[in-house]
Design a protein around this ligand. Structure first.
Ligand code: UT7
Length: 326
């Protein structure tokens, strides 16, 4: 039986750091409010790089850390809600820049759960024997879909990219269980429109259309806490593990208070959750990959460690994977 396992990680974020203090020049906010309500101190904001640029840099690092060349990648999946264009996909742009000549490539949309959906999708191709090495990227330039006059959203998000190489192993390790959920009935909680219908049969009224994220913060907060709890319990049950078997839970990095509440519901110490949101803010599909790469680069994960990656976000979507690190 083939199993899907992560053999390399990489991440990248723009150099430009925007602090909470910087935000006070744009909207009526302050450092204390942002830190106490979210835990975020700063975020990276692109000054010219596109989502595909961030995705490419994270991909190069992940492939190098996996000890592979781009020519050995069979498939590229890029999770993003902020692609450079409707077409080509970010995955195809990255495929070209990497010269990953044999790779198929497509983008996937599951908002902040994108990395989890991407990994689980990759695992299916591997377990069926279709592919050996799959590059999964989560990449976002959320700064281009923020309303920089709306203090309730613009302080929360940042730009960045994370990537993993998922490969086939005969060992009973790697991805031990997974869980994916969606609830489209809650779509209005967190959304960002695409271009409106505009053709000879419609009367388009919007000329200066600029899509931006809108959010019902408190409802998303409750959804997030419930989703983390439900998905963590589900992957533990499916793998016949208990939370004590898990070294780190790596959540989508949205808000420290969400994680504190989820830790309480799961009855685990909050430091079992790995957090770096204070430096990146919420980078949507990129956040889990960036956090995982940070743990790997800091050598905080050893062979045999068990991890849960868990995400939640627009759609609404949520999901988790339980991994044994090779
Ligand atoms: O990937 C998933 C993405 N989304 C999330 O994770 C968001 C989940 N939700 C949250 O994290 C929280 O709901 C927020 C951090 C967004 C907001 O925190 P909250 O404790 O739910 O605050 P609130 O919306 O109830 O607002 C409290 C007050 C309001 O003022 P009044 O009406 O009490 O006078 C807001 O206008 O805080 C005000 N406020 C701000 N004040 C200073 C809202 N945003 C800001 C701000 N700075 N940036």
């Amino acid at each position: 039986m083939r199993h899907a396992t992560i053999i390399g990680t990489g991440s990248y974020a723009p150099d430009n750091t925007m602090t909470n203090e910087d935000l006070t020049k744009l909207v009526d906010t302050n450092d204390e409010w942002i830190i106490t309500r979210t835990g975020i101190k700063e975020r990276r904001i692109a000054t010219g790089e596109l989502t595909s640029d961030l995705a490419y840099e994270a991909a190069v690092r992940a492939i190098q850390n996996a000890g592979l060349t781009a020519a050995e990648i069979d498939l590229i999946i890029c999770a993003t809600i902020t692609p450079d264009s409707f077409m080509p996909s970010v995955a195809c742009i990255v495929q070209d820049r990497l010269k990953a000549m044999k790779a198929a490539a497509f983008d996937l949309t599951a908002a902040c759960t994108g990395m989890i959906y991407g990994m689980v999708t990759a695992a299916q191709f591997i377990e069926t024997g279709m592919y050996q090495n799959i590059l999964v990227i989560g990449a976002e330039t959320l700064s281009k879909i923020l309303n920089w006059e709306d203090r309730s959203t613009c302080v929360l998000f940042g730009d960045g990219a994370g990537a993993v190489v998922v490969s086939s192993t005969e060992k009973e390790s790697g991805m031990l269980s997974s869980n994916l959920l969606s609830d489209g009935s809650k779509q209005a909680l967190l959304s960002c429109p695409a271009v409106p219908l505009n053709n000879p049969f419609t009367k388009a009224e919007t000329t200066n259309f600029a899509p931006s994220i809108t959010m019902q913060g408190q409802e998303v907060f409750k959804f997030a806490v419930r989703s983390i709890t439900e998905n963590v319990k589900a992957v533990l049950k499916k793998a016949n593990h208990t939370v004590e078997d898990i070294k780190y839970i790596i959540p989508h990095q949205a808000n420290l208070r969400i994680i504190e509440q989820a830790a309480k519901f799961l009855d685990v110490p909050v430091d079992k959750f790995y957090l770096n949101l204070e430096h990146y803010g919420n980078t949507s599909a990129a956040s889990i990959g960036i956090a995982l790469d940070e743990l790997v680069q800091n050598k905080q994960i050893q062979h045999g460690d068990k991890l849960i990656l868990v995400g939640f976000g627009g759609g609404m979507t949520s999901g988790a994977v339980l991994l044994e690190w090779d």
